[in-house]
Design a protein around this ligand. Structure first.
Ligand SMILES: *Cc1c(COP(=O)(O)O)cnc(C)c1O
Length: 366
């Protein structure tokens, strides 16, 4: 039986093998481990890639979002709009600064926050909107920015799944007031470990995040904030500088796979993802929906095909957020997605034969 993994880093690693290993030797010999020249260069190159003035590497994606909220002085007593169907880190960032996440339902077909449902959740305590670009597709940022402007709110993009994604030709990370990225290994641009990045055109915010992630110091042993330690290691920056050169090609390959899925999957029981005409999708996740999801999952797994679910339990029904007292049924779209979404294999270098095999199995599912 053919085996198709949900994700396989093999093709990507094979291509990078020599460059990465050479880089390791170079940095090992240089003996600078934190905030050296690779850090400076990667920040600069990532900012250029996103089309913004500033980028600040941090320890991970959650910290990128949390430090941004702190930089905007959002905290105790404040509310922040969060999509009801994101990875829990978006909401945890809000919780960690002492603010309250207020969930807004998505547009079901596109899986991103529904801008038309944001205003009804805004009150005098609302300070920001977390604009998550879920699964690799940008949310409707023009509408979100307009709402934010009207109510004087900050727009923070959660671009953890959207490296290289475009909205009307502009890159994710350049669409709101500031953005947080994750370089978790499985993301479209992943480190060989944890990593994250903040992007913005706002110099003051960039400087604040740079201080906050380094014990709140603007220079050594001079502390202006009660900061944290959340830095992006020199060695990861070296690796990421290499990987960044390949990102557009990797995303284009994901698009080829997605096109084949979209054309080839013809099963009335399966709902395919929809790409908004404003967007270049980078397919971090290829999400389908099926009423009989659990049986479909088993069928695919039994046929050697790896799958995943994003995410099996919505945030408002997680024990971690029991304190919000949001009952089952309150956020039906988030619950619908958790109950019926299934993520298909999607990674750089997936072979045509494997894509065809997945399509064939999906079409023969009854
Ligand atoms: C991965 C992810 C994060 C968190 O990033 P980490 O680097 O794992 O902390 C935040 N938001 C979304 C939407 C993510 O997918």
């Amino acid at each position: 039986m053919r085996k198709v993994q949900w994700v396989d880093f093999g093709p990507m690693q094979a291509e990078l093998d020599k460059e990465i290993k050479d880089k390791f030797c170079e940095l090992y010999d240089r003996k600078v481990y934190i905030q050296g020249q690779e850090y400076e260069l990667f920040n600069k190159e990532f900012a250029e890639y996103c089309g913004v003035k500033y980028a600040v590497g941090v320890g991970n994606g959650l910290d990128a979002l949390m430090l941004l909220l702190r930089a905007y002085e959002i905290g105790e007593g404040d509310e922040v709009i969060v999509p009801s169907n994101t990875f829990i880190a978006t909401a945890l960032a809000v919780t960690y600064v002492g603010a309250k996440p207020v969930f807004v339902e998505p547009i079901l077909e596109e899986y991103n926050i529904d801008p038309d449902r944001i205003e009804e959740k805004i009150n005098k305590n609302t300070k920001a909107i977390m604009a998550v670009h879920l699964y690799g597709q940008c949310c409707d940022i023009d509408k979100i920015n307009a709402i934010a402007k009207k109510h004087n709110l900050v727009v923070i993009e959660d671009a953890a799944q959207a490296h290289g994604a475009l909205y009307k030709g502009k890159k994710a990370g350049s669409l709101g007031d500031a953005a947080g990225f994750s370089f978790y290994p499985g993301k479209n641009l992943g480190a060989l470990g944890d990593g994250g990045m903040v992007t913005t055109n706002n110099e003051e915010i960039a400087k604040k995040v740079a201080a906050l992630c380094c014990y709140g110091s603007d220079y050594k042993y001079h502390h202006i904030y009660k900061g944290v330690n959340s830095r992006l290691d020199e060695i990861q920056c070296g690796f990421m500088r290499i990987k960044l050169h390949h990102l557009d090609k990797w995303n284009a390959d994901r698009n080829k796979i997605a096109e084949k899925y979209l054309k080839g999957i013809k099963n009335p029981n399966i709902i395919l993802p929809v790409v908004n005409k404003n967007n270049y999708h980078v397919w971090h996740i290829f999400a389908i929906r099926c009423k009989d999801r659990d049986r479909l999952e088993k069928y695919l797994n039994d046929n050697g095909i790896g799958t995943n679910k994003h995410y099996p339990t919505p945030m408002h029904l997680q024990g971690a957020y029991a304190d919000l007292h949001i009952p089952q049924g309150a956020l039906p779209y988030a619950e619908e997605i958790s109950a019926h979404e299934l993520s298909l294999p999607m990674f750089y270098g997936m072979s045509d034969e494997d894509v065809e095999y997945v399509i064939e199995k999906l079409n023969s599912f009854k």
